[in-house]
Design a protein. Structure first.
Length: 235
């Protein structure tokens, strides 16, 4: 790759390589390389593991109240090929990719190839600048998505969050009580209340018992000071 192209690519990535051959290899797809060992496949393999480690470590430290299943859901979304290709597209480095003839406009170019190049770049940065440099690069790209994923996770797991909080703080679990239901069988709504260690919390209505339980769990988390009202977005 030309020196000028490498410079432009480094500017897009926000990282200056000491060994620019690493970046050149990271951008070389097997469809162009004379020998597969000269392509980015080995870097892609390594980068995938580095990305997993950094994302898992970040989620583990940032969300101490999340159970393994919750962490796995967020991690799987963040490191998926779809997400990586979207991140790669946002960096606009695909035009610098070294691919075989006819590959530039293929569907794979915007999908698996670009995702693989991103993983290869992660490995190249790790080898060139160390673990901290790779972590900084990854979190710069994935940090906003971690925030968004966490917000979405809250919306889906109020019951889980409440149970974790109660077990940790009160050594008990919340009791969900069906207090009332209204409407015909085909269009009912339900009122759910929560009791924790003989303490009653604000009730909530929902068109299903599950929805009412989630809303009641949110109300309880707000009452306990675990969440703020704005976290719910809208009722």
């Amino acid at each position: 790759m030309k020196e000028s192209n490498l410079g432009q690519l480094e500017e897009l990535l926000g990282y200056q390589f000491k060994d620019k051959s690493l970046l050149d290899t990271a951008m070389t797809h097997s469809s162009l390389a004379d020998n597969r060992l000269d392509s980015n496949e080995r870097l892609e393999f390594f980068g995938d593991a580095i990305l997993d480690l950094v994302i898992c470590e970040t989620l583990f430290k940032r969300f101490p109240d999340y159970q393994e299943g919750d962490l796995t859901k967020i991690k799987s979304m963040l490191v998926s090929r779809k997400t990586c290709s979207r991140v790669a597209s946002g960096l606009h480095f695909v035009r610098f990719a070294k691919v075989g003839k006819g590959m530039e406009k293929s569907r794979a170019m915007a999908g698996s190839i670009s995702a693989g190049i991103l993983e290869a770049i992660v490995a190249a940065i790790y080898l060139d600048g160390g673990q901290d440099a790779a972590r900084d690069f990854i979190l710069k790209l994935f940090g906003p998505m971690i925030d968004k994923a966490n917000s979405h996770q809250h919306h889906e797991n109020f019951k889980s969050l409440l149970q974790q909080h109660c077990q940790r703080r009160y050594s008990t679990t919340p009791d969900y009580l069906l207090l009332d239901e209204k409407g015909p069988d085909h269009n009912k709504c339900f009122e759910i209340g929560i009791v924790i260690d003989h303490r009653h919390f604000p009730t909530a209505w929902g068109v299903t018992k599950k929805e009412a339980e989630q809303k009641a769990a949110f109300n309880t988390l707000v009452e306990l000071g675990v969440l703020e009202q704005k976290d719910k977005g809208e009722e």
